[in-house]
Ligand binder design. Structure first.
Ligand SMILES: [Zn+2]
Length: 289
């Protein structure tokens, strides 16, 4: 186990200061600090993420892709193959928010359709593609490199008019994940069977045709989306009242043991019955349910 990190160097726009993990400003303005926190060991420069916890002391976690200097006291060996070094991981970060939102909506819509409706839709799409015969929409693997810079909807629109296509986000039902998906971003779809949570982590078990997938929300998730802390019990409440609740989630696929896991990094990247967790919680607050 790595030593827990309780201080960090904040570096941004010429400002440098040391900051403790119990700092009030850090707790209240997490976004200001995001991406600008570094290891305190001289020359180490490993980036850190602030992990807010309510029941226990908050701390800093090492950025997923950064390693400490080998003589840094915070150095630790990464567990092999937890998330392989795959360039698509980087792509995942860069797929625009609007595109992810579109993909989540589409996945939910399809989960509500019958096999027959789906087949009809697939056929219509095939026919449309045939009639288009657009050579630019196929191949050209290299052009994704250009698209990697896209970060928001505006840039994506721009790219569209230039004729580029953004990186594709593949959708998988919980029973359709394969070894080839490991280490890559995927949109996974399934029925919620179980949920487990602590203040800093949550696991939603989903199922489709008897295949079980664990959708994981870890410290990085809560560091990215601290407003989701303490809301996961609403999912439990909702699934106990409703049958066949659909979860759609975007994350990186891994398979540490017998089951696939999908690791979600952002609160905008999963839906419960096509609602964000924030929406679900708000509806409970309004007593909609
Ligand atoms: Zn370090």
């Amino acid at each position: 186990m790595a030593i827990s990190i309780t201080s960090a160097i904040y570096k941004h726009e010429g400002k440098i200061k040391e900051i403790q993990s119990n700092n009030k400003d850090l707790q209240e303005n997490t976004l200001t600090y995001k991406g600008h926190l570094f290891c305190t060991t001289p020359n180490c420069n490993a980036r850190l993420v602030y992990v807010h916890r309510t029941a226990k002391a908050s701390y800093f976690r090492t950025w997923q892709k950064d390693d400490h200097l080998h003589n840094c006291i915070f150095m630790f060996e990464r567990v092999e193959n937890r998330l392989g070094k795959n360039t698509e991981n980087t792509l995942n970060v860069e797929i625009s928010r609007s595109r992810k939102k579109e993909a989540l909506n589409d996945a939910y819509r399809k989960s509500q359709m019958t096999e027959q409706d789906l087949e009809e839709e697939r056929k219509r799409n095939r026919d449309r593609k045939k009639s288009k015969k657009n050579p630019k929409s196929k191949g050209k693997e290299n052009s994704t490199a250009v698209n990697m810079v896209m970060k928001d909807g505006i840039q994506e629109e721009e790219a569209k008019t230039r004729g580029h296509r953004g990186p594709h986000l593949l959708k998988r039902n919980a029973n359709a994940l394969t070894e080839k998906d490991i280490g890559k971003p995927r949109l996974v779809i399934g029925f919620i069977k179980d949920i487990e949570y602590t203040e800093a982590t949550a696991t939603i078990t989903i199922e489709k045709n008897n295949s079980t997938v664990y959708v994981k929300f870890e410290e990085v998730f809560f560091a990215n989306s601290p407003e989701h802390l303490g809301l996961f019990h609403f999912i439990e409440k909702y699934m106990k009242k409703n049958e066949n609740v659909i979860l759609t989630a975007i994350g990186d696929v891994r398979k540490p043991k017998d089951n696939y896991e999908v690791v979600v990094y952002d609160g905008e990247e999963f839906r419960i019955e096509n609602m964000t967790l924030i929406t679900l919680a708000a509806r409970y607050a309004r007593k909609d349910f």
